[in-house]
Design a protein around this ligand. Sequence first.
Ligand SMILES: NC(=O)c1ccc[n+]([C@@H]2O[C@H](COP(=O)([O-])OP(=O)(O)OC[C@H]3O[C@@H](n4cnc5c(N)ncnc54)[C@H](O)[C@@H]3O)[C@@H](O)[C@H]2O)c1
Ligand SMILES: N[C@@H](CCO)C(=O)O
Length: 382
Amino acid sequence: MNAVASPSLEQPSLPPHAMALPTTTARQRVLAVGLVGPGRVGSALLDQLRTAQPRLARAGLDLRLCGVASSRRMWLDVDDPELNGRHDSAQTWRPSNLDEFAAHLRGDGGRHALLIDCSASDAVASRYAEWLASGVHVVTPNKLASSGPLWRLQAIRAACGSGARFRYEATVCAGLPVVQTLRDLLDTGDELLAVEGMFSGTLAWLCNRHDGSRPFSALVREAHALGYTEPDPRDDLSGLDVARKLVILAREAGWSLSLDDVDVQSLVPSELAGLPVEEAMEALHLLDAPMARQVAHAQTHGGVLRHVASLDAKGHASVRLAVLPQSHPFAHTRLTDNVVQFTTHRYRENPMLVQGPGAGPEVTAAGIFADLLRIAESLEVR
Ligand SMILES: NC(=O)c1ccc[n+]([C@@H]2O[C@H](COP(=O)([O-])OP(=O)(O)OC[C@H]3O[C@@H](n4cnc5c(N)ncnc54)[C@H](O)[C@@H]3O)[C@@H](O)[C@H]2O)c1
Ligand SMILES: N[C@@H](CCO)C(=O)O
C-alpha cells in the first residue's frame, strides 16, 4: 500500500493481498475498517495502519482493511485480487456507494466494524448517525458533524446508544490531544471557564513564514502542497476552520455554541470569496497586497502577526489576526504550532497548555489512529 501523494490522486495503490494479516488466533479481536476519503490525510493513515498491522496483530488486534471509498469510486476487499494482478496490480474499482460500503463493512453483523471518514464532505458527515445506530464505530478528522447543525450532532450522540462509538480528536489541532484533554478535565469534575489560543496550523505557518520577501499567495500554495490547508484553503483564511474548532470545544463542554455565534475576521477579500475553488486557487494573488500591508503594520509596531481565537463561558467567541508583542508567549511558536490554553476551575491561576504541530497529513493521521486504538481497546473478543 503506497501513499497517495496528491489530493488529485483518487486511487491509492492498495493491492488487497498487501493487507494480508498473520493468522487470527482465538484471543484476537477482529476489527473491520473502512476508509472514506483517501486524500492527503487518508493516504497517510493507510500507510500508518499497514505499517502497524503486524505489531497490532502480535498485541491481539487483527485490523482488517475492508474497503476504501473516494468521492467517485471505491474498492472492497471482496474484489478480485487475481484480476488486479493481471492488470499490473491495478485495483478493481466500482462506483462509490456509501450504502453498499457500510453494508460490506458490517458484514453479517458478527464482527466489529469501524468507518473512518477522512473527507471534508457534509454528505458523508450526514451518514454518521445511521452508521452508528447500526453498530458501526465512526472516527473522523472531518469537522462538519461536530460543528454543524446541533440537531445532527445530537442525533449522532443519540445513535451511540447502540454501543458504537464516535471519536473526533483530530478535528481540533490535528494530532494534538485537545479534545481528549478537555474531556478528561470535565469527566473528573473540572469546569471549563475559557479557551484561548492559536488553532490554525496553516495560519501559524503562514504568519511564521510571511516576512514580505515572498508573495503571500505563493506561501498559501506551498501550505496547500504540504497538506496543511483544508481542501479549500479559503476555509483556513476566512477563519471558518478555526471557528469550527471553537464550536467543537464549546459543545464538548456542553455549551450550545454554533458557527453563527463566532465573531470571525476573514482574510479573504470579497472578490476571492465568491469564486469556485479552482478559480480561487488561480486568484490567490488578490491576497498579496492586503497581507503585505498587515505585515508592514506589525513590523512598524515591533510586533508579529498571529492568528488567535478565544472562547469564554458566556459564549463570546472570536477569531482574528492580531499584532502581538515579541514578549507574548504566542510570538515564539514555530512552523505549524498550535497553542490551546484551557482556563478551568482547577487551572484558573495557571492555565493548562497543549502545544505543538497543528496540521499536516502525518500528525493528523496519527490522531485518527489513536482514536481507532482507543475504540479497539474496548472491544470484546468475538
Ligand atoms: N490536512 C490537515 O492537516 C488536517 C488536519 C486536521 C483535520 N483535517 C481534516 O481531514 C479531512 C481530510 O483532509 P485532507 O487534507 O486529506 O483533504 P483531501 O482533499 O486531500 O482529501 C479528501 C478526500 O475526501 C474524498 N471525498 C470528498 N468527498 C467525498 C465523498 N462524498 N465520499 C467519499 N470521499 C469523498 C476526496 O475524494 C479525497 O480523497 C478534512 O475534513 C480536514 O478538515 C485535515
Ligand atoms: N487546515 C487545518 C488543519 C487542521 O485542522 C489547519 O491548518 O489548522
